[in-house]
Design a protein around this ligand. Structure first.
Ligand SMILES: [Fe+2]
Length: 223
């Protein structure tokens, strides 16, 4: 039986130390080898891996060689570093391994809706009375955070990147279990929400660009 895994931000070959050092490695070469080894420990040939973007940087030939060594078949959700050149290389050189690619995609798994995107996407409200499975789960990448939840009070946005998963793809059942546990921990009754505090990007964005939160996140007005 095929198992399903998620991963992102492998950044194979990405030389600056700000990328590999926080991951606990002493070189990009060490990081690349560890990711490949970890991947192949959990992913079997025939398994499916959704890679949510940022496959490789700096040396595309090296990145391609890394991908050749990975077990399983891969769907790619494009990240901001997945240029046309890199996508063309992967999809032309690895036919049969690279099965398809999109900018975002929604799958159904055990009656759950799972929306995959490179950038975090707000797909669920804090509606009361909704059953767990009625929420759309967003699996995302990009943030390189060390924790799985971008917003600790929103269990339905989950980071699948290697930075919070010990440089290893994570099984879909483990993700669902993490999300369900967080949902049960925080409760699922409506939480009093001050819109400006509800969305961390507002503050990040407003601090950086010196604009008011209501200018950055129009949905505040309808929450
Ligand atoms: Fe990235």
């Amino acid at each position: 039986m095929k198992d399903i895994f998620f991963v992102s931000d492998t950044h194979f070959g990405h030389r600056p130390e700000f990328l590999w050092k926080p991951r606990g490695f002493s070189s990009v070469e060490e990081m690349d080898e560890a990711i490949i080894e970890n991947w192949n420990k959990v992913v079997k040939q025939g398994d499916i891996v959704y890679h949510l973007g940022d496959t490789m940087l700096n040396d595309n030939a090296h990145g391609l060689e890394c991908f050749k060594r990975l077990n399983g078949q891969i769907f790619l959700i494009y990240g901001n570093h997945d240029t046309d050149a890199r996508k063309n290389l992967l999809f032309t050189e690895l036919r049969g391994k690279m099965l398809g690619g999109w900018y975002a995609w929604l799958i159904k798994y055990n009656k759950l809706s799972i929306y995959m995107s490179h950038y975090p996407t707000l797909t669920a409200n804090y509606d009361s009375g909704k059953h767990f499975s009625q929420h759309v789960i967003n699996l995302h990448a990009h943030t390189h955070q060390k924790t799985n939840f971008l917003n600790p009070t929103n269990p339905f946005m989950y980071h699948v990147g290697v930075d919070s998963h010990n440089c290893t793809p994570v099984h879909i059942d483990e993700i669902i279990s993490d999300i369900r546990q967080r949902w049960e921990e925080i409760g699922h009754l409506p939480t009093p929400v001050i819109p400006e505090d509800n969305y961390p990007y507002d503050k990040i964005f407003s601090d950086k660009y010196n604009v008011q939160p209501q200018d950055t996140y129009p949905y505040n007005s309808i929450i």
